[in-house]
Design a protein around this ligand. Structure first.
Ligand code: HEM
Length: 435
């Protein structure tokens, strides 16, 4: 826990935030310029204002709850297994990827990007935040707390379904947030007076807010920002496993159809993502693959993505009230990680403080405990906490039914009646072909 006044009791005015940011930076020994520090203060102040305004808009229709100031609406928090590939190249065997073949339990929070809770059919960025539990190694940001008392820590991977961000760096971001805190969504991108046009950023923002999807399970998600994994600079991404296909089955006019679609798929089926890294070639130029301009997409032809892990999402039920509450109270942070892992660039440096501050703010307002999960169990769920809690496992019922098709004739000439009412051995309706 940071010993600073990032806690909301320190007041929401920019001066209070400034003091607490300064104290945090000193305590964490972060090497940050004065200008960058001021931008972080501004970003936190705006984030709190956004959280307050969004609260007015979102409640009481969506519950009297302070939500995240970004990615406010979860479309579902699901249990997953994160398996490091057995053939992961040696250069990536670092941090949570240190042991080839190792499988971790994980949580995945799928979300819509806006600060307001909106119908799922509205265009928006879509988020995928993965929390891998029980990684071995020293936490890179111990102030964020670890999963349990065993010395193991969690590692978060935070992505959206866009390969690039709509702000280059923390300075753009802080200015943009000031407009957003006045509910002026377009002001920073273009205005007639003072004359302003951020063309590339406007295109990126337009692409972001116009994304409409059928299911969160079929999207590709991107880190957008770079990280250091061992000696390699990478971006990361997750995409549906080859051959994964999810049939649309629900009415897409419902406000929460993405949740319903995922629930329907995972009722008896499973889902799978490949987790990939995109190593930055040593000879890449600062223009083509910059480390502090998040509007630039690193070309895949020059820097291909390499699969290094898999995320399996087993059949499960995830829509219970206790689980939705748990999902709201989760905290993701790009700095939650272990070993040779480091978020890069000014936006990532800011995220270490901003995510933490905003998470503390909403937890305090909601009087909710800030706890890091260590397993798949959901507190307050009335089912026992077992390693399979929440999974839909089909068990055979004993005695197994005796199923015969119509051609089976016992040798003693007696009649055999099938006990199966569906599938193989079921009695055929008149005219139905027996094959
Ligand atoms: C450019 C890459 C970024 C990506 C991929 C990203 C993605 C996300 C996602 C997916 C979430 C939801 C996390 C969850 O499910 O709990 C989130 C939350 C959030 N993001 Fe970002 N974001 C990015 C940049 C930023 C930046 C630069 C800032 C501010 C400096 C920021 C501030 C926040 C905050 C405050 C939250 C809410 C955190 C909480 O209350 O727990 N994001 N972001």
């Amino acid at each position: 826990m940071l010993a600073t006044a990032l806690h909301p009791s320190a007041g929401t005015a920019e001066t209070g935030v400034a003091e607490s940011v300064e104290a945090s930076i000193a305590q964490l020994d972060m090497q940050i310029s004065a200008a960058e520090q001021a931008a972080i203060v501004s970003a936190i102040t705006s984030a709190r204002e956004i959280s307050r305004i969004a609260h007015q808009h979102n409640s009481p229709a969506h519950g009297n709850l302070y939500r995240r100031d970004a990615h406010a609406k979860a479309t579902g928090c699901v249990r997953a297994e994160f398996e490091v590939n057995g053939d992961i190249p040696a250069q990536f065997q670092q941090s949570v990827f240190a042991s080839p073949g190792h499988t971790y339990q994980a949580w995945v929070r799928f979300s819509n990007g806006d600060m307001l809770v909106q119908p799922d059919g509205k265009g928006d960025a879509r988020g995928m935040a993965v929390k891998v539990m029980g990684a071995e190694g020293p936490a890179i940001a111990p102030e964020l707390g670890s999963g349990d008392e065993t010395g193991e820590a969690n590692q978060d991977f935070i992505m959206t379904n866009m390969p690039a961000f709509f702000n280059r760096n923390i300075f753009d971001y802080a200015e943009n947030m000031q407009h957003l805190a006045r509910l002026d969504r377009k002001g920073w991108f273009f205005s007639l007076w003072p004359p302003r046009l951020h063309l590339k950023e406007t295109i990126r923002a337009y692409q972001t807010v116009s994304s409409k999807i059928d299911t969160p399970l079929a999207e590709q998600y991107f880190s957008m920002l770079p990280y250091q994994l061992g000696d390699t600079t990478v971006k990361f991404s997750s995409r549906p496993c080859p051959g994964a296909h999810y049939r649309p089955t629900v009415d897409t006019t419902a406000d929460d159809f993405l949740t319903r679609q995922m629930a329907d798929t995972l009722q008896s089926g499973s889902a799978c993502f490949e987790f990939m890294v995109q190593p930055r070639p040593d000879n890449a130029s600062a223009d083509e693959m910059p480390l502090d301009d998040a509007t630039v997409i690193w070309e895949e032809e020059k820097a291909p993505f390499i699969p290094i892990a898999r995320l399996h999402i087993p059949p499960q039920t995830f829509t219970g009230e206790a689980q939705q509450q748990f999902c709201e109270n989760l905290s993701m942070n790009p700095w939650r990680g272990v070993g040779a892992w480091k978020p890069l660039g000014s936006l990532n440096r800011a995220r270490r403080l901003v995510y933490h501050a905003v998470s503390e703010f909403r937890h305090a307002r909601n009087r909710a405990p800030q706890v890091e999960p260590a397993n798949w169990c959901v507190p307050g769920d009335n089912t026992p906490c077992t390693p399979q809690q929440g999974l839909n496992i089909r068990k055979p019922v004993w005695p197994l039914p005796r199923c015969f098709d119509g051609l089976f004739q016992p040798l003693d000439g007696t009649a055999a009646s099938s006990q199966c009412t569906r599938g193989y051995g079921a009695e055929l309706a008149e005219g139905e072909p027996a094959y």
